[in-house]
Design a protein around this ligand. Structure first.
Ligand code: SAM
Length: 243
């Protein structure tokens, strides 16, 4: 069933009004009609099962039939710090990470990133990245909108991660601790992890993580592409704490 994210200001009693792009998408692309059902997500963990009461390309009004807790959100919140990969790969990372349950994505400018996200180009790219995240949320049936935040430096990423109880750096040269070996048995409320770019992390960056108390973990003996690592981690988290 089609899903849309609700702007709570448009909810009056049990009537919702959808306007703008979503309205024209419902009316023209999905060719929905009065009486058809769809799901609205309020971005606070609840889904509203609603029925179309009136429809035009400008506005669609719906009657809410039922409000239920969203079942598609994991029992933890994961922040992915993704060092910017080349080309379109970051868009792939966003889409797959949303499907696999990420809560927030923060692009990181580390020393070996080829891509640079700054100034006016960054603004435009962030709009695109958040649109990709929203589409992936709708497609995968997420109950909350995943946000792609403005880029941070590697040092700032480490500073933010150091304040999270369960935080780790994915490091292929780590020969001791693996991710399953590091993860706590009880479900952490918040998890943060960083994935390096195609060229990996510099020795100084690995040392800074250590200095700031961010643990390095191995994802096994195979070298994963930068765009594979985050979904791989998220699948391990889902397997351990969610499914
Ligand atoms: N040293 C890598 C190489 O030889 O290609 C370059 C980095 S790898 C392509 C991209 C990133 O994915 C790494 O910086 C790391 O964060 C993560 N990664 C890939 N394989 C991993 C593994 N086996 N264990 C932990 N992290 C891994």
């Amino acid at each position: 069933m089609p899903r849309f994210f609700l702007n709570k200001e448009n909810l009056t009693g049990n009537t919702v009004t959808i306007v703008g792009e979503d309205a024209s998408h419902i009316a023209l692309s999905l060719r929905m009609a009065v009486g058809d059902a769809l799901v609205l997500c309020d971005n606070e963990g609840f889904d509203y099962h609603a029925e179309i009461a009136s429809i035009s390309r400008e506005a669609v009004t719906l009657t809410v039939k039922e409000k239920v807790p969203s079942e598609s959100e994991p029992p933890y919140r994961v922040r992915l710090y993704q060092c910017l990969p080349k080309g379109e790969k970051f868009e792939t990372v966003i889409q797959k990470a949303v499907e696999c349950g990420v809560h927030e994505i923060i692009p990181v400018q580390s020393s070996r990133c080829i891509a640079v996200l700054k100034d006016a180009a960054a603004e435009k790219k962030l709009i695109r990245f958040n649109r990709i995240a929203e589409e992936a949320c709708k497609q995968s049936g997420r109950g909350r909108l995943v946000k792609v935040l403005p880029p941070v430096s590697y040092r700032e990423a480490m500073r933010q991660m150091a304040s999270c109880d369960t935080a780790f750096l994915c490091y292929e040269n780590e020969d001791g601790l693996t991710l399953p070996g590091y993860l706590p048995s009880d479900t952490p409320r918040e998890i943060a992890f960083l994935v390096g770019p195609e060229g990996g992390l510099s020795p100084d960056e690995v040392a800074l993580a250590k200095e700031m108390g961010v643990i390095s973990v191995s994802l096994g003996k195979r070298i994963l592409r930068t765009e594979t690592a985050a979904p791989f981690v998220l699948a391990i988290l889902a397997g351990k704490y969610e499914l």
